[in-house]
Every structure is written in C-alpha cells, then in structure tokens.
Design a protein around this ligand. Structure first.
Ligand code: SAM
Length: 281
C-alpha cells in the first residue's frame, strides 16, 4: 500500500468504533452451540460479529435504539416486549459508539460544530430544547447529577444568561459558555456527558433495562454489562448485588473486569470501562 493509502487507512481505523473488553465479555457469557444471545446494544456489531465467528451455532438477537444501526430498533427498557422467550445470555455495552460520537452529526462531541441534538433514538426532546427552556435549578441539577460537574451553578447561570441573547443551536454555542480549555480534560466534557444522559434518560433506562433483561433471562443465563462512568456502574453494581442477595443470581465477576494496558493504549476510550457479570439461578 502507498504511504498515502496507509495514512488514510490509519485515519479510518482511528475513527472506527473499537469494541471494548471484547474477549473478556464474550468469555463471560459462557456461550455454547444452540444458545440464544441478546446483544441489546448492537452499535457497530463488534461483539455480535465476534460471537458469530466463534459460535456459528449461537442465535444472536441484535437490538439498538439508533435507527441508523442495522439491528432491531428498540430501547432495552422494552426488552420484555422485543424478546418474547427465555434467552441464555445478554450483553449491555452502554453509551454510544465512536461512530455515533464522531460521525453522526447529532452534537455528541464538543470538538465539532453540530446541531445540539444528542438523541440516540431520534425521538423526544433535544439537548437544545433542554438548554433553551429548563429553568436554572433544573439545569444545575442535570449538570451536577449527571455530569458530576463542580462548576454546575456557574454554568447553569451562564446558560440562562446566554440564551437571553441568543438561543443555543449548536455545540460551539455551548462550548463558548462552558469555557476554554485549561487542563488535560476539556472543560465541556462533563456538561456534554450530563446533557446526553438527560436527553436519552440513560440512567432510568438502564435501571428498567436491567430488570427487563433479568426477566427474559432463563435459568443459568448470564447477564454482562459494560459501563463507562461511575453513575452507570453504581446502578449495575447495586442491581447485581440485590439479585445475588435475594438468591436469584450468582456472582461471576467478584470485582469488575477492566481493560488491560494494551487495550487502553490501542483504544483510550476504553480506559473507564468496567465489566460486571451475574448468572441467573
Ligand atoms: C458502545 S455502543 C455498542 C458497541 C458494540 N458493542 C460494538 O462492539 O460495536 C452502544 C450502543 O448502544 C446503543 N444504545 C444506547 N442506549 C440504548 C438503549 N437504552 N437501548 C438500546 N440501545 C441503546 C447505542 O445506540 C449504541 O449503538
């Protein structure tokens, strides 16, 4: 390949979603020929495709709420309606993929100037709806609760001041308010995370999705969840603990499995990932 060709290929690989904890999660699902596996967050299909390659006789049910993803279009909070029979393994790989972050044009990234949409499903209220209409205390709560943003009060006040002059339309309108880069982490990181969680009701959906997933899981079925921040992980940890305490599930991962140093080097996005797994009794 020419040098230019190699460069283009490297760039493409950089921007493509790299599946996180791929082998660790598939191993933990304990699949065998004839079993049914639900990939409730299909995305680019990395996990499903690897399952298909390793276990051609496993039936894969692929679900995703993004209409642009090639899977059954549904939110995992409705898993009981989508999957009307007992299954043997379920995977939730939470959040959004690198493709959605960088290519969707829906305003997930503060690095590009795009409309402030942030809806994964394309339905419901947008990030600009929230920024332009919620009152200051609600905005503050979102920033603090979903972003763990220590400057939540200042930012909420500046959003309310800013929209009097001009309503928020694009990501850069918001970046201007959140501030200029100072340290290693971009100052908009937490605000963007908070808005995305609020727009997509991610934490409420996770709580419901875990319950529904557990319902459709058959005896000895495995439930694996990969989370990417402490708010998600806390919900997963507490849900799994409760099921274990109620003697409805047994623990498979005593401590969460995290990416090894090679994976983090290859894919820095993976650094905050945590995999937890239980088995239904
Ligand atoms: C991190 S990506 C999954 C990547 C995939 N495992 C892979 O290896 O290519 C997360 C996916 O979950 C989807 N998603 C997020 N929340 C969802 C929900 N509540 N219901 C269904 N899909 C959801 C997103 O649209 C996204 O495609």
């Amino acid at each position: 390949m020419s040098q230019a060709g190699q460069r283009i290929e490297n760039d493409l690989n950089q921007n493509m979603h790299k599946s996180v904890l791929l082998h660790e999660s598939i191993e933990a699902l304990d699949l065998k020929p004839g079993k049914i596996f639900v990939d409730a967050t299909y995305g680019g299909g990395g996990h499903s495709k690897e399952v298909g390659r390793l276990f051609p006789a496993v039936e894969v049910i692929a679900i995703d709420q993004d209409p642009e993803v090639d899977a059954i279009r549904a939110n995992f909070r409705d898993l009981d309606k989508v999957v009307a029979r007992k299954v043997d393994a379920i995977l939730f790989d939470l959040g959004i993929s690198t493709d959605q972050l960088e290519q969707s044009g829906r305003g997930f990234t503060f690095l590009k100037d795009e409309p402030l949409d942030m809806r994964i499903s394309g339905e419901g209220i947008t990030a600009s709806d929230i920024l332009n209409s919620w009152d200051e205390s609600a905005l503050e709560l979102v920033l603090r609760g979903f972003g763990e943003e220590s400057n939540s009060r200042r930012i909420a006040r500046e959003i309310v001041e800013g929209r009097k002059v001009k309503p928020f339309a694009t990501t850069f309108d918001l970046v201007k308010v959140v501030g200029k880069r100072r340290g290693k982490i971009h100052p908009a990181t937490k605000t963007f995370q908070a808005l995305r969680i609020a727009v997509n009701e991610e934490l409420a959906n996770l709580e419901t999705g875990l319950e529904k997933g557990f319902q459709v899981l058959g005896p000895n079925g495995r439930f694996a969840v990969i989370s990417f921040h402490s708010l998600e992980d806390r919900i997963v940890k507490n849900f799994f603990r409760k099921k274990i305490k109620e003697k409805l599930a047994r623990q498979i991962t005593k401590k969460p499995i995290v990416p090894n140093i090679e994976e983090i080097k290859r894919n820095p996005h993976s650094r905050s990932a945590k995999l937890r797994v239980i088995e239904k009794i």
